[in-house]
Design a protein around this ligand. Structure first.
Ligand code: GLA
Length: 407
């Protein structure tokens, strides 16, 4: 049927009060709209760190309920992301099939449930032919999958790199970005190729966040023989990548392990503070249904989260490296600045710091020699003096002091 005939047919039907079925073809997202997503680092929850392959519709709904009720949503967390293992096969038409036993109501119903709570929904796939757990990947099905996700109501896609068959990483992720844009739905693209192909050099405009580390484990300091790493290793992998982060494109230091494993209070506080200093995405990875008081206190510290979500979108810088003792600084909007004193050592750090001794790295914005700033401790929620005074504190082993300087 030619276009003229279609138009006249529509006009006749319209005149007769009959409407044609809604157009099937989505309106593609513009590149500028796509790039404008994730103006601040994304915040949410992901199933992998705590539950691995043990995911189900029941678990995800309970986690969404807990996010809404526990103060997490109020603190800014919004994405509920199912990681690997929700998918089992492709049907005869090549459509991806969710596990019918674990997700009996289907993904659209689950997305609706999550959206009704005011939250957003994410899934996981892989740029390779298989996911890291051997489920079907998206290679060869990118446009079909993105369309399917859009129909379900997906808002976030974590896109992994196992079984990648030697593809060019940039091209593989660009293909999925184009597929998302063509689907017409604003879906965040989380590039997860572990930093192997320097995604910080090409990821802006393709994805909204990119992993810069191997898989994290709930330890402070450690490298496992299979490649997993601890909190310190993630921080170090991200430390020099600050020039690449900004609104819409973030270095992903890995999902959070706060509340998991054997991490102590001080280690959890360091972990969370540093992810906020690094402007890293904050994807909690613990069981939100049974968070203890301390875990909740850490994950929902709004003053610390405000540093992460600061609209300027600058990643913090390791401004002074003294071996086991480090000073980090993150410029914030309005000429304010967040500073962390991080003690990597095994003994307490008796800090006696003269703000006048040093000019912060970005001296054009911050001149501690010239101006006085109010100093606020973001974990004690207390003003503790000014930059005219020396800063004195005992920072425990593996602990941190995090302050905000304002004029
Ligand atoms: C990779 C990713 C992890 C997780 C698993 C799932 O290892 O890096 O974050 O998604 O795959 O299989």
């Amino acid at each position: 049927m030619n276009r003229l005939l279609t138009v006249s047919l529509s006009a006749i039907l319209l005149f007769a009060g009959i409407s044609l079925p809604a157009q099937e073809k989505p309106v593609p997202l513009s590149d500028s709209l796509y790039r404008s997503l994730a103006a601040t680092p994304p915040m949410g929850w992901n199933s992998w760190n705590k539950f691995g392959c043990n995911v189900s519709e029941k678990l995800i709904k309970e986690m969404a309920d807990a996010m809404a009720a526990s103060g997490m949503a109020d603190a800014g967390y919004e994405y509920i992301v199912i990681d690997d293992c929700w998918q089992v096969e492709r049907d005869a038409d090549g459509n991806i099939v969710p596990d019918p036993e674990r997700f009996p109501s289907g993904m659209k119903a689950l997305a609706d449930y999550i959206h009704d709570l005011g939250l957003k929904f994410g899934v996981y796939s892989c740029a390779g032919s298989y996911t890291c757990q051997g489920r079907p990947g998206s290679k060869g099905h990118q446009f079909q999958d993105a369309l399917q996700y859009a129909k379900w109501g997906v808002d976030f896609l974590k896109y992994d790199w196992c079984a990648n068959d030697g593809q060019n990483a940039r091209a593989a992720y660009q293909t999925m970005a184009e597929a998302i844009k063509a689907s017409g739905r604003p879906i965040l693209l989380s590039i997860c190729e572990w930093g192997e192909n320097k995604p910080w050099e090409w990821g802006e405009g393709i994805g909204h966040l990119w992993r810069v580390t191997p898989d994290i484990r709930a330890v402070y300091d450690g490298v496992f023989d299979w490649g997993g790493v601890g909190v310190l290793q993630c921080i170090d992998a991200d430390a020099d990548l600050y020039p690449y982060a900004g609104p819409g494109h973030w270095n992903d230091a890995e999902m959070l392990e706060v509340g998991n494993g054997e991490l102590t209070w001080d280690e959890n506080v360091t972990h969370f503070s540093m992810w906020c200093m690094l402007a890293a995405p904050l994807m909690s990875g613990n069981d939100l249904r049974e968070m203890d008081f301390k875990t909740r206190q850490i994950l929902t510290n709004k003053e610390v989260i405000a540093v992460n979500q600061d609209p300027l979108g600058r990643q913090g810088i390791r401004f002074l490296d003294m071996g086991d003792k480090e000073i980090w600084a993150k410029p914030l909007a309005g000429g304010e600045i967040a500073v962390c004193f991080m003690n990597r050592g095994e003994t307490p750090w008796n800090l006696d710091y003269n703000w006048r001794d040093q000019t912060m790295y970005f001296a054009q914005e911050v001149n501690l020699r010239k101006w006085d700033y109010k100093v606020r401790d973001l974990w004690q929620h207390k003003d503790i003096g000014s930059t005219k005074d020396r800063l004195q504190a005992v920072i425990p082993a593996h602990g941190i002091l995090m302050v905000r300087l304002s004029k």
